[in-house]
Structures are given as structure tokens and as C-alpha cells.
Write a protein that binds this ligand. Structure first.
Ligand SMILES: [Cu+2]
Length: 138
């Protein structure tokens, strides 16, 4: 039981440190989240990213300037789509559940990192911090 309280304390502290959102670029974070980066390949006009437990699938896409990314919630747990640093994008989504879709149009070239505020923060949920993704526009 003490072990469980310790874990929950850690999780609560992690969420509090994050402030429920923001840019997730805290330089004092000893374990900052990793982003997948450019997956390569030919840009497409429209891509779909499934928001599942607990990852973005795929976690990297390349789209053409003016193209769209549709985020499609398909998990049991709640997840957000939150831009990390610059450039950002909008609209975004706070912690959400199916059925939900979020369509974002990207009109400027760049590398757009994003994460889930629950599962992509620092060490993340259960020490995994893996719910991050990268959209490359070129
Ligand atoms: Cu999540």
C-alpha cells in the first residue's frame, strides 16, 4: 500500500508540475519527453493519427503544406493533443474520449511536436512518457 501511495504521489506531483498544459519544454526537467522526429517519406495531403492507449499511431507523419491531420480518439483512457513548444498549432484538444475527432490544417512548413498531457509528460504514466508525436510539414 505504501508503494501505491508513493506512485500516486509521484503522478500527482508530475501533473502539478506540468500545470495541466503549456509547452512542455521545461529546461529543469531531468527527464524531458522524447519526440519521434521526421519519419521521412513523401508528403501526403491528409493523414490520420489514431489516439489510443497510450500512444499516437502513427506517431510521425509527413504532410504537404496546406494539408490536414485528423486525430481520431480510439482508446479507453482520456488523452490530449497538445503542441510542444514552437511552432504550435490549433485547434488543440484537452483530455478527451471517443467519439471525438480533431482536424488541424497546417499552412506553414515546419516540424510540429505534440504530446498527451497525461502520458507524454517527463517519465509519464507508469514511467513511460511515450505518448508524443511529430508532424512534419514540407
Ligand atoms: Cu494520454
Amino acid at each position: 500500500m505504501a508503494r501505491n501511495r508513493g506512485l500516486w504521489g509521484f503522478l500527482v506531483a508530475g501533473l502539478a508540475a506540468c500545470g495541466g498544459g503549456g509547452t512542455n519544454t521545461d529546461n529543469n526537467d531531468p527527464n524531458p519527453p522524447q519526440y519521434p522526429g521526421d519519419p521521412g517519406g513523401t508528403p501526403v495531403q491528409a493523414a490520420v493519427i489514431d489516439v489510443v492507449d497510450n500512444q499516437f499511431s502513427p506517431n510521425g507523419v509527413v504532410i504537404a503544406v496546406g494539408g490536414t491531420v485528423t486525430f481520431r480518439w480510439a482508446g479507453i483512457a482520456g488523452h490530449s493533443v497538445t503542441p510542444a513548444g514552437n511552432p504550435g498549432f490549433s485547434p488543440t484538444a484537452g483530455v478527451s474520449y471517443p467519439p471525438k475527432e480533431l482536424v488541424v490544417t497546417f499552412n506553414n512548413p515546419g516540424t510540429y511536436n505534440f504530446y498527451c498531457t497525461i502520458h507524454g509528460v517527463s517519465d509519464g504514466y507508469g514511467g513511460q512518457g511515450t505518448m508524443t508525436g511529430t508532424i512534419v510539414v514540407r
